[in-house]
Write a protein that binds this ligand. Structure first.
Ligand SMILES: Nc1ncnc2c1ncn2[C@@H]1O[C@H](COP(=O)(O)OP(=O)(O)OP(=O)(O)O)[C@@H](O)[C@H]1O
Ligand SMILES: [Mg+2]
Length: 246
């Protein structure tokens, strides 16, 4: 079984206040697929992503990564393959400098100082943030934080890359850089986003969430043509795909 495989089997999740944010979610992502997860605010996207590396565990159903079902016991193993970039970069950056934040994961993996150095260089280069190396994370702009947060995950060379709103707060150049970086990432990728233009460009497949349920899973082009589905789920067809009225 490939490390790069992710499966949800009828996953239900209820927050402690009783709100059921995931209602029987099932899907499967194979090695190398780039899959978008879209849906209105509150649809359950972030809740779903937090299940991919066991930050939340299902109340019912199961999550399988690389053939291993996620349980408290298998968590450390699964976390070696899944890299998750949170919606809010402030949840990801906690060291005194950017380079220490990017080195944190590789250092925890027990790599040699040379290897850590190489990984930090490569990850900062990949997100165009070499110049921020010695900066203090809390003083970066929102977009800079987002780029550095992505670098902290890339430095661990995950088999499954999971990103929550990777282009939110990015200016056009940083957004473009992020899209190209995700294009070059050849392993399994799951991206929750409101940036449907990026989805049209990057992801062949799209999952649509609506009020905790997965209501569509298919070819992006087909989903974006389905205006009724988009409207029901509070989404808008990307401008680049709109056809002029005849
Ligand atoms: N800690 C929590 N306790 C209770 N309910 C929560 C909690 N976190 C999220 N929720 C609820 O779960 C639902 C799904 O939230 P989630 O953050 O997964 O949505 P989302 O699709 O990521 O939205 P957005 O597009 O705004 O990021 C929402 O109704 C939200 O209010
Ligand atoms: Mg979210």
């Amino acid at each position: 079984m490939s490390h790069h495989y992710l499966r949800f089997d009828r996953v239900h999740y209820r927050y402690p206040n009783g709100y059921e944010a995931l209602r029987g979610v099932s899907f499967e992502i194979r090695h190398g697929e780039k899959v978008a997860l879209v849906g209105a605010n509150g649809a359950g996207k972030s809740t779903l992503l937090l299940h991919t590396d066991g930050l939340l565990l299902p109340c019912e159903g199961q999550v399988v990564v690389g053939g291993i079902a996620l349980t408290p016991r298998t968590l450390p193993l699964v976390r070696q393959s899944v890299g998750i970039v949170f919606q809010d970069p402030d949840n990801q950056l906690f060291m005194p400098t950017v380079e220490e934040d990017v080195a944190f994961g590789p250092a925890n993996m027990g790599l040699s100082p040379e290897e850590i150095e190489q990984r930090v260089d490569a990850a900062l280069r990949a997100v165009g943030a070499e110049h921020l190396r010695t900066a203090i994370p809390s003083r970066l702009s929102g977009g800079q934080k987002k780029s550095v947060a992505i670098a902290t995950v890339l430095s661990m060379q995950p088999s499954v890359l999971v990103l929550d709103e990777p282009t939110a707060a990015l200016d056009p150049r940083a957004r473009r850089q992020t899209i190209e970086l995700l294009r070059r990432f050849l392993h399994t990728t799951l991206i929750a986003t409101h940036d449907l233009e990026m989805v049209a460009e990057l992801c062949d497949r799209t999952l649509v969430m609506h009020r905790g349920e997965l209501v569509a899973d298919g070819a992006t082009a087909q989903i974006f043509r389905d205006r009724e589905l988009l409207e029901t789920c509070g989404l808008e067809q990307p401008v680049s795909l709109r056809t002029a009225p005849v």
